[in-house]
Design a protein around this ligand. Structure first.
Ligand SMILES: [Zn+2]
Length: 303
């Protein structure tokens, strides 16, 4: 097969994790996408912003190293680092309803990231099934309050899943989910159970994972991404807090270089429609990926 004749397609997935990312990063990204004529998929955190509680992760191996490497306090801002601890947690969906609705009005796809990002990311593996169900249920109600319809898709915080969360997502009758890392769309099997909701995995590492690894800097990171660009579907996850803020210029340069290469930008819903039908089944497991301190949901790839 002549792979060079197949066009590269990119779905941009935006994880919106925090109050400040929703308020300041999302409008920046809307402006950038408008300039490039790109439609993307935004996943919103809709409940309390407890970012300050992430400080608990300081006791995990690799977390401090990553915080220092990515200069997280300067990138996220001091207030965000205190939400849910010294400062009360703001309620993102309630307080920023109009800003969130604007994303759909601008023609982008919207979905559920979570209710409480830090809680899901840090404790999902220890949740009772009812807790997982409540987190998704609250997010789902807030989504409906904002948009007037139920979400057709979810994307788990930190690519963190359990068989319970996949089961609950199945019961929500979603079109697809994007909870995973891997090579291409698939139907997941986890703990010997097969789930019916299509997964569209992120195929590229995030900027914060690449920065500082193997000497990669802001000056060279886009060369790295262009090397990762393959024919067919590529899925790139960005964060409103980073690419919509401190890493904005580098991200714009990436879009310029991708546009020069005539890649086609699609939403994840477009990708699901185009690539989902004949998707294979793959095993899914929680494992480690370079540059990230916590485990992520990985598509098992035959070697
Ligand atoms: Zn997130």
């Amino acid at each position: 097969m002549l792979m060079t004749n197949i066009q590269s397609i990119i779905a941009l997935k935006i994880d919106v994790d925090t109050f400040v990312g929703t308020r300041d990063g999302v409008p920046q990204l809307l402006e950038i996408f408008d300039r490039f004529g790109i439609k993307a998929t935004f996943y919103f955190s809709l409940g309390p912003d407890n970012s300050g509680k992430a400080i608990r992760r300081i006791f995990r191996k690799g977390f401090l190293k990553k915080m220092l490497r990515t200069r997280a306090p300067s990138m996220y801002g001091v207030r965000t680092m205190l939400y849910g601890t010294l400062l009360p947690a703001p309620f993102i969906g309630k307080q920023l309803k109009d800003l969130i609705l604007n994303v759909k009005k601008a023609g982008h796809e919207v979905g559920i990231h979570c209710w409480d990002h830090v809680k899901w990311h840090d404790y999902l593996s220890r949740f009772q099934k009812e807790t997982t169900s409540r987190e998704l249920g609250q997010a789902s109600s807030m989504f409906k309050e904002i948009f007037g319809t139920l979400s057709r898709t979810t994307a788990a915080p930190g690519w963190t899943v359990t068989a319970d969360s996949l089961e609950i997502q199945d019961s929500m009758e979603l079109d697809y989910c994007s909870d995973t890392r891997g090579t291409g769309p698939f139907f997941p099997i986890m703990n010997n159970r097969r789930f019916k909701t299509l997964q569209i995995p992120s195929t590229w590492p995030t900027m914060d994972e690449l920065l500082g690894e193997n000497g990669i800097t802001l000056e060279t990171i886009n060369d790295q991404y262009l090397m990762l660009l393959k024919p067919g579907l590529n899925v790139h996850t960005i964060h409103a807090e980073l690419e919509g803020n401190a890493l904005r210029d580098t991200f714009v340069e990436l879009l310029e270089r991708l546009s020069e290469r005539k890649v086609r930008f699609v939403t994840l819903a477009d990708a699901a429609a185009e690539f989902g039908r004949n998707a294979p089944t793959s095993e899914l497991y929680m494992g480690y990926t370079e540059g990230r301190a916590m485990p992520v949901a990985l598509q098992m790839v035959d070697s």
